[in-house]
Design a protein around this ligand. Structure first.
Ligand code: F6P
Length: 317
């Protein structure tokens, strides 16, 4: 078996630890590995290099992905996939590990249906894949968000300021939810539990009436026009409101120990599935146990983590 590994979609801290685990587990089983650069784009272009266990030493602590990554629309077209099949044949690659999010798994499923053996590893800071409790990168990003919010809190306290902090997550509120659970925010609005402008104002008003004038409002990206929300609160409450979009700082940085361990376990599990002739499946973790499921069960439908919402209700009101 010749094994290929690629990272696809937005990068996530911990992807390198997954690459390392894939290469080392394969080599341990006498399987040669090639790294495919820039995701599906590199697969179509034949941007491929041999990867040995020595090549992946000292990468598990590095952020980003040594293989680089891309969002590749061309691969969603039949023509793009035909090109990919030719390259797989040319390089004698008959099995593939795809590290990425939902979009990347869609591509992987298409390859699986064309007869290529493929297994997916969830790598996305958004934690928006419902079949797994955690995806690689989420924990590191959560820690980055908390670190940033702590810094904003210091200056908010000194100046009695209110700041709206916008975090990533695409359409999933997990980064905001867990930041609030960990004590990072005073008011939180997420796609799964959206607050309208007036509710945000009345919650702020309540806090201000108790002389809590430094306030952090955490919101998930893509929900509001930030400037519109800021102006609305300022108009209603007569206070100065600041906004901070954390942006791409959330995608970088050295992966946390949790992400490195998770990525390592998932890398080993992915290669073991392929060795045992499984294909068309994504590995994950549920209730602390490694699991795997067919790609068709992977989705990002709103993930109502009811227990976590209930806990939050008792901490933030
Ligand atoms: O999926 C990861 C993510 O960082 C999202 O949180 C964000 O909405 C999106 O990618 C940004 O995408 P891009 O890197 O293409 O701008």
């Amino acid at each position: 078996m010749g094994l290929g590994v690629l990272t696809s979609g937005g990068d996530a801290p911990g992807m390198n630890a997954a690459i390392r685990a894939v290469v080392k587990t394969a080599n341990y089983n006498n399987i040669e590995v090639v790294g495919i650069r820039r995701g599906y784009q590199g697969l179509m272009d034949g941007d491929i290099q041999r990867l040995t266990s020595l090549d992946v030493e000292n990468i598990s602590g590095r952020g980003g992905t040594i293989l680089k990554t891309a969002r590749c629309l061309q691969f969603m077209e039949e023509e793009g996939r035909e090109k990919a099949l030719e390259i797989l044949k040319k390089f004698d690659i008959n099995a593939l590990v795809v590290i990425g999010g939902e979009g990347s798994f869609k591509g992987a499923d298409k390859l699986h249906k064309l007869g290529v053996k493929v297994v997916g590893i969830p790598g996305t800071i958004d934690n928006d894949l419902t079949y797994t409790d955690y995806s690689i990168g989420f924990d590191t990003t959560l820690n980055t968000v908390l670190d940033c919010i702590a810094k904003i809190k210091d200056t908010d306290f000194s100046h009695d300021k209110t700041t709206i902090v916008e975090v990533m997550g695409r359409y999933c509120g997990d980064l905001a939810l867990y930041s609030a659970l960990a004590g990072g925010g005073d008011i939180i609005s997420i796609p799964e539990k959206r607050l309208d402008f007036d509710t945000i104002c009345s919650k702020l008003k309540l806090r201000m009436s108790a002389e809590k004038n430094d306030n952090i409002v955490i919101i998930t990206e893509r929900m509001y026009d930030l400037q519109e929300l800021k102006k609305y609160i300022e108009g209603k409450l007569g206070v100065d409101v600041r906004t901070t979009v954390l942006g791409f700082i959330q995608r970088g940085g050295n992966p946390s120990a949790f992400d490195r361990v998770l990525a390592s376990k998932m890398g080993v599990a992915a290669v073991n599935l392929l060795i045992n002739d499984y294909s068309g499946r994504a590995v994950g973790i549920k209730k602390n146990e490694m699991i795997d499921t067919e790609f068709k069960n992977v989705n990002t439908k709103i993930n109502n983590k009811k227990d976590d919402h209930n806990i939050l209700n008792m901490l933030i009101y």
